[in-house]
Design a protein around this ligand. Structure first.
Ligand code: MSP
Length: 470
């Protein structure tokens, strides 16, 4: 892989649910990072999609009296449509029911088998269908999964195939402890994973006897591949079955929520070590949104949909709010009312007002063209995915200062030829160009509009950038 290639992924979302703000936050963040790398002239491959096999999906399909495939065909496009409506620049939308993906899953599993990394055993323990996960003591509260309704946890005892995860633990510890090969970000999560690895890890069951909806194991067709073994492989399979994408492996960045970090930092790496494939360079584990102080849930009815966000805040407004409230290290509480306040304060009253004032006052002014690149300080924040800090800094360094200066000098009171008026407008125009360039990955359309009205000769805005919301 040349240094110029960058492969970024989101988790592939389960189709038992329709898109919500939790899915939106990971996807918007991945899009911002993808756009940032494209703006730096890198060759980017941005992959997202849907996770369609397993018991959970089969049960949901049955409730709707559809075949699992019909059910997936109905829900999966809702994710694709949601991402298009948010201007998500994904290069490919993968579905795990795609035959090309299934073929690669079978091939990889056969290799793991040939390596001698699987054995038949008895699985006994609790399983949460909500997580599609075998629960350890530490995962449970009163023998139930705390993340899902209690009826989703059930005791299971069946013959399964197991993957020798424990065999790869020493190697994983070594990789994570070495600063050069550590792939877990941020540092707090790295520590958590290391502690868990060092505490001892059991082998993992990779097949299900009683689940029908999935990919049969190549060496034992009565057993269906555990949905996570199938799903994780999407990241690799897409690079193999699509044309001209092979050079993008290994992934540069997997973005995932904290609840699925173990799969992405331990199980996935062990699978890749088993088949001797290169490991992803980074896994960025983020925290969660809560909504008005509560966990988001269908039963509470507090779920925020992407449609609602776009309807109220339009595309770039929604992207901005997601980026500025992104739950990086800690959970972040959000709500529509607070979003409205932030939108009005930052976008309508501050940035929007600045652009419209400057474009109007400076109409006709000829601008000297300078090449702009990412500000070094901002680049650092993009590279560490600290997008809300980046936004604050852009406001501090360029937006607030421009508005303050405008208010101080009051160019509207001065003659057009007054050097003080010309100076302050030049200062603001220069800042706006920097703002538009650095905000482009976050608000691509708005940035383009700002750029256009400040191109060569200043033109007033065609339409107001951000309408105030009541
Ligand atoms: N299908 C698996 C992932 C397989 S990847 C090989 C899955 N799907 S999911 O539909 O449940 O999506 C989980 C992801 O949605 C989380 O990792 C996170 O990215 C996002 N979020 C879900 N709820 C969230 C919040 N409340 N807050 C922020 N993000 C959350 O797990």
């Amino acid at each position: 892989m040349t240094d110029n290639k960058f492969f970024v992924t989101t988790p592939i979302y389960y189709v038992n649910d329709v898109p919500h703000i939790g899915h939106v936050c990971t996807t918007v963040m991945a899009d911002i990072i993808a756009r940032y790398h494209r703006q730096k002239k890198e060759e980017v491959f941005f992959l997202t999609g849907t996770d369609e096999h397993g018991q959970k999906i089969a049960e949901e399909a049955e409730k709707e009296k559809l075949s699992p495939q019909e059910f997936c065909d109905k829900i999966s496009p809702r994710f694709e449509t949601a991402w298009r409506s948010l201007n998500i620049s994904f290069d490919y939308f993968i579905r795990t029911t795609d035959l090309r993906h299934k073929k690669i899953v079978s091939e990889v599993l056969a290799k793991i088998y040939d390596k001698g990394d699987v054995y038949k055993g008895k699985y006994e323990g609790y399983y949460c269908v909500g997580c599609e996960k075998f629960l350890t003591e530490a995962d449970m509260v009163d023998n139930k999964c705390p993340l899902h309704p209690p009826e989703k946890t059930a005791f299971r005892s069946e013959d399964n195939w197991f993957f020798k995860l424990s065999k790869y633990v020493p190697r994983l510890i070594e990789l994570i402890e070495n600063d050069k090969t550590n792939y877990i970000y941020p540092a707090g999560k790295r520590k958590e994973i290391l502690t868990k690895l060092k505490a001892g890890v059991r082998d993992v069951s990779i097949s299900r006897e009683n689940v029908k909806w999935g990919i049969p194991l190549p060496w034992d067709e009565k057993q269906i591949t555990y949905v996570w073994f199938d799903a994780l492989l999407n990241y690799y399979s897409a690079t193999q079955f699509l044309e001209n994408r092979k050079g993008f492996w290994p992934a540069g960045l997997h973005l995932v929520g904290k609840e699925i970090s173990w799969f992405h930092t331990v199980i996935w790496q062990a699978m890749l070590l088993s088949v001797e494939l290169a490991l992803p360079k980074k896994v960025f584990i983020h925290s969660f949104y809560t909504i008005d102080g509560q966990k988001m849930s269908k039963s509470l009815g507090n779920v925020i949909s992407p449609e609602k966000l776009v309807e109220i805040f339009e595309v770039d407004g929604a992207r901005y709010l997601i980026a500025s409230s992104f739950p990086a290290e800690n959970d972040v509480d959000v709500g529509i009312d607070r979003f409205k306040e932030k939108y009005n304060a930052d976008l309508a009253n501050n940035l929007g007002n600045l652009v419209s004032r400057v474009a109007k006052l400076a109409e006709g002014m000829v601008i000297e063209q300078k090449e702009i690149t990412f500000d070094k300080e901002f680049e650092k924040l993009f590279d560490s995915y600290k997008i809300s800090e980046l936004i604050n800094l852009i406001f501090e360094k360029y937006i607030n200062i421009s508005n303050e200066k405008l208010n101080q000098v009051g160019p509207w009171k001065l003659e057009k030829s007054d050097p003080k008026r010309i100076d302050v407008l030049k200062f603001c125009i220069n800042n706006l160009k920097i703002i538009a360039y650095n905000l482009r990955p976050i608000m691509p359309e708005v940035s383009e509009k700002i750029g256009k009205c400040l191109d060569n000769q200043v033109m007033p805005l065609q339409n107001i950038l951000f309408n105030r919301i009541k």
